[in-house]
Design a protein around this ligand. Structure first.
Ligand code: NI
Length: 167
């Protein structure tokens, strides 16, 4: 496995729309494995292919407290959603900043695993939030797009400050 570089906002490649995966081969499995390794090392709980500059509809996540329950979603699709909830979110493409984002509370999602097998999942809470966040990435959207212009400006100023201190 290999660690991949994560694109950071405002890299314009984060705005590219991912293409459906049609070929389920060893390369796809390796990409999923590399993305999981990259996510665990970051550390983070979710990563979309868009964030590692691959325009394929693939995302990985692990919301378990023990970091031993990796999940891979290929060609994920929200079939049904219910309710709303507000959750504090962060993103590996926005290191060090967090914001409250409103999402659907309950979702039913259909996807394929890395071998191409279809599955459906109904979930809520953190997993539902994480799946919605990562599907956004595949559509070229990032979590700050959900904020008001004022809140977004404040968050991006904070991100700049963090970068200067880190650099
Ligand atoms: Ni993200």
């Amino acid at each position: 496995m290999a660690k991949l570089d994560i694109l950071e906002f405002p890299d314009p490649r984060l705005r590219l729309k991912a293409q459906p995966v049609e070929t389920f081969d060893a390369d796809l499995q390796k990409l999923a494995d590399d993305m999981l390794e990259t996510m665990y090392e970051a550390p983070g709980i979710g990563l979309a292919a868009t964030q590692v500059n691959v325009q394929k509809r693939l995302l990985v996540l692990d919301v378990s407290e023990t970091h031993d329950a990796p999940m891979v979603f290929v060609n994920p699709e929200l079939l049904e959603t219910r309710g709303t909830e507000v959750c504090q979110e962060g993103c590996l493409s926005f290191p060090g900043v967090y914001a409250d984002v409103q999402r659907k509370d309950w979702i039913r999602v259909r996807a394929q695993d890395a071998a191409g097998k279809s599955f459906e999942l109904e979930t809520d809470g953190l997993l539902a939030v994480c799946i919605q966040h990562e599907i956004d990435h595949l559509d070229g959207k990032v979590f700050v797009d959900h904020l008001s212009p004022l809140k977004r400006a404040l968050l991006l100023r904070k991100l700049e400050k963090q970068r200067r201190h880190a650099g």
